[in-house]
Every structure is written in C-alpha cells, then in structure tokens.
Design a protein. Structure first.
Length: 139
C-alpha cells in the first residue's frame, strides 16, 4: 500500500465585529480543538510564513492556522470546521487546500458548506471518498 501524502490546509478565521484580540482568542481556541483531532500537524504560522504555494502578500498571520492532514482525515476535519463555525455568531472560515499542484479555496460563511459542495471540493482535490450510504443504513 502506498504511503499517503498529507494535504496542506491554510485556515483563516474571521468574525464580524471582532477586534484583533478576539480573532486571536478564537484562533487559539480552534488550534487547541484541532490538536485533539487526528491531524498530522497544526500550528499558528509565524508572521510572513506563507503556506506552500502561496505568495507572501496572501499571508494574514492574524487568525491563520496551518494544518497538515492525511487525505482520509480531510472530510472529518472540514466537517469539524463547519461545526466549529456554527458555535458562535458571525464567524467565518476561509480554507485553502493545497495538494501537490492543486489548490482549492473555499469560504464557509454564515451559510455552511453542504454535503454536495464538500464532496465536490474533495473530488477536485482527488481525495477518495466513501459513498454517503456506505457503512450505515438509513431508515
């Protein structure tokens, strides 16, 4: 079996009406929760340290997190980020996913990313997916 190559994610946290201190607090709280998930790594990048493939002018250190996840874990990380965003008023998350030469960027604002959009995102990245009905029975 071939070794899976981690996918790099760049997560940008924002909240309507929040100041820099509040964004930093939200980011650090999200960081702590992400560290509980089966991710390869998650950190607050140093200012001026862009993710692989990003230009330095794209970097916004405030509210930014850099993650590395295996493809099989990506769907659960995205689902977690959606759930986290719903736990407060006005939060939004911008996610940039880098896999090899492919880059996909999605923003999860007040209206969450639906299952179909999530499957399309993963398909664009070439992430293998389990059909929604596999492993569970609907009544």
């Amino acid at each position: 079996m071939a070794e899976e190559i981690p996918i790099e994610l760049w997560v940008q946290v924002a909240a309507s009406g929040a100041d820099a201190e509040e964004i930093d607090r939200l980011t650090r709280a999200l960081l702590a929760e992400l560290r509980e998930l089966p991710v390869e790594s998650v950190e607050i990048p140093a200012a001026g340290e862009p993710p692989t493939g990003a230009k330095a002018v794209e970097v916004a250190a405030l509210g930014a997190l850099a993650l590395s996840v295996l493809p099989k874990v990506l769907p659960s990380v995205i689902a977690f980020l959606q759930a986290w965003r719903k736990r407060g008023d006005g939060k939004s998350i911008r996610i940039k996913v880098l896999k090899g030469k492919r880059t996909v960027e999605v923003e999860i604002p007040v209206g969450a990313l639906g299952q179909e959009e999530l499957h399309q995102l993963l398909a664009r990245l070439g992430v293998p997916q389990t059909p929604p009905s596999a492993g569970r029975k609907r009544s």
